[in-house]
Design a protein around this ligand. Structure first.
Ligand code: SAM
Length: 257
């Protein structure tokens, strides 16, 4: 059986047993091959936009002797799917902006009909994915943060639920944080940093946001050297953002000595 990276294994662990999976942007199709080999999924579709990865996915499927259960298709995002063909959609290893564009286009084209579960691993821009899920009434059931080879990854697991709206509004209520911030700002913090990740803060979360603070610090230093009025405005925005992040980390640290 294929041995997955820690990141892909976490995604695989969220996929419900017995579901038909579509892995979009599959590259070498490692994830669907593992899901079939481990008998977690009866069948899978690997979708790829680009020819190189599409060929690599076909080869992986053939080498593993899985061509009868793993269909490899070339195309843009969820276009490779026929509505109702998959129970679970996984999308991993791309930016949150592209990921939410793929989800939006797929939703508009009806490709998410019948899909009951999404497992998403944006490399950056996680808040855009959380926003998309919230807007489309997917309940964010769980999320994880992990570090591998010096990189930090977040994995989001969303499901359809009749009471998604009320469950999400409870989830995104940031008053559990002992912070004196406006409700809107608390909501923004949860979108950015993850409602579950903040409720159960792991070392990787601190590491990620300390790294973000360092990046913002460097940007502010370079903006400070500019005479442009817009630079001063931007710098103020970043400083305010940094202030909030520091406050959040401080309050989490106090709660979790
Ligand atoms: N999902 C794998 C993983 O997490 O290890 C591969 C991630 S790889 C960095 C991103 C893949 O997404 C590339 O193979 C790229 O060709 C594919 N991709 C980018 N845009 C896409 C789109 N609109 N539709 C389908 N695949 C896309």
């Amino acid at each position: 059986m294929l041995k997955l990276s820690k990141r892909l294994q976490k995604i695989a662990d969220y996929v419900s047993m017995g579901s038909r999976v579509a892995d979009i942007g599959s590259d070498h199709a490692m994830l669907p091959v593992y899901l079939l080999q481990s008998n977690r999924c009866p069948s899978a579709i690997a979708g790829e936009l680009n020819r190189g990865p599409f060929e690599a996915a076909k080869k992986q499927s053939a080498d593993a002797g899985l061509t009868s259960r793993l269909t490899v298709r070339q195309g843009d995002g969820l276009n490779v799917l026929i509505s109702g063909e998959a129970d679970t959609v996984t999308i991993a290893g791309m930016g949150g902006s592209l990921m939410s564009d793929i989800l939006e286009a797929g939703f508009t084209a009806g490709k998410l009909e019948g899909v009951t579960e999404l497992v998403l691993q944006p490399n950056v821009g996680e808040e855009l994915v959380r926003q998309w899920l919230l807007k489309h009434h997917w309940f964010l059931k769980a999320e994880s943060i992990l570090e591998e080879d010096g990189k930090i990854y977040e994995v989001l697991h969303a499901v359809r639920s009749d009471d998604a709206v009320s469950r999400n509004s409870e989830l995104y209520d940031g008053h559990f944080l002992a912070l004196n911030l406006e409700t809107d700002l608390l909501f923004k913090v949860l979108m950015q940093m993850g409602p579950y990740l903040l409720r159960d803060p792991q070392p990787a979360l601190f590491k990620k946001w300390r790294h973000e603070l360092n990046k913002l610090e460097r940007i502010c230093e370079s903006l400070a050297g500019s005479d442009l009025a817009e630079s001063a405005v931007k710098r103020e925005q970043f400083l305010a953002e940094m202030h909030v992040i520091k406050e959040v980390l401080q309050c989490l640290r106090t709660d979790n000595p």
